[in-house]
Design a protein around this ligand. Structure first.
Ligand SMILES: CC(C)(COP(=O)(O)OP(=O)(O)OC[C@H]1O[C@@H](n2cnc3c(N)ncnc32)[C@H](O)[C@@H]1OP(=O)(O)O)[C@@H](O)C(=O)NCCC(=O)NCCS
Length: 220
């Protein structure tokens, strides 16, 4: 887990976060922007290069790059929709960049989720909610999602959220579940429920997808 120390001067918040050896060292240079070096790891006999990433809120001019990088075969405009969330003030769409390449993303809402199955049991007013997380396949297992989530947690705590939560496939996504457990998220213990979303393929065909998920949460 990261040991975090923060210095504040005027409007700029400088944070230095020292991660344990598997995740490296990061420093936030300005509010909402984090630079991270993840040390190389043994991959077979070959030492992988240090992965340097920068995490910052999305900018409108980057949306087409993100559509092309993450969802080239879809007309759903997922990244535009997430930018609208950020623009409305309901959250922030965090992008991890390696040099000029976007390598991962997570959408952080200041409250949520609004699924009836969750709001029936939890007051989500001061609970942050993580959604739409992904790391490009060639950059997976190098700490990108970990760094994104830790930055989201820092921002949510700054917003005085008491908890942060997310929904994850209850049986079909053990890798993601492992990631969240490793970061201290625990299953809420009230069972699984179904979520649905619309996907538009590159030909304009719409399809509804569904997944059984469980809610996981963590105190901030
Ligand atoms: C889940 C996902 C976001 C993880 O991103 P990532 O950048 O590879 O995650 P990290 O490198 O920070 O992983 C940290 C730890 O989480 C666990 N983990 C992550 N992915 C895993 C996998 N596929 N299988 C098993 N454990 C995994 C491991 O413990 C890992 O540490 P290790 O590599 O030292 O063993 C990525 O696999 C992804 O984009 N998947 C497809 C989309 C998706 O499922 N999103 C989540 C929706 S809820």
């Amino acid at each position: 887990m990261a040991a975090v120390s923060a210095l504040r001067s005027g409007k700029t918040s400088i944070i230095k976060a020292k991660f344990h050896s598997s995740t490296g060292f990061s420093s936030v240079l300005a509010c909402g922007m984090i630079e991270l070096s993840i040390p190389g790891e043994e991959a077979g006999n070959k030492m992988r290069d240090t992965l340097q990433i920068t995490i910052k809120p999305v900018e409108e001019a980057q949306l087409d790059i993100l559509e092309q990088a993450f969802d080239p075969d879809s007309l759903s405009k997922y990244h535009y929709k997430r930018f609208e969330v950020q623009k409305s003030g309901a959250g922030v769409y965090l992008i991890a960049w390696h040099n000029y390449t976007p390598v991962g993303h997570f959408l952080l809402y200041w409250s949520g989720p609004y699924d009836a199955q969750v709001t029936r049991y939890l007051d989500i007013t001061s609970r942050a909610f993580l959604q739409a997380g992904a790391t490009k396949s060639e950059f997976q297992r190098r700490g990108v999602a970990t760094a994104l989530i830790q930055e989201a947690e820092r921002l949510a705590a700054e917003k005085r959220c008491t908890h942060i939560g997310l929904e994850v496939g209850s049986t079909d996504n053990p890798g993601a579940k492992r990631l969240y457990e490793k970061l201290g998220y625990v299953d809420w213990g009230r069972g699984e429920f179904e979520i649905q979303w619309e996907h538009i393929d590159k030909h304009g065909n719409k399809r509804i997808f569904s997944e059984m998920v469980t809610y996981m949460q963590k105190s901030l």
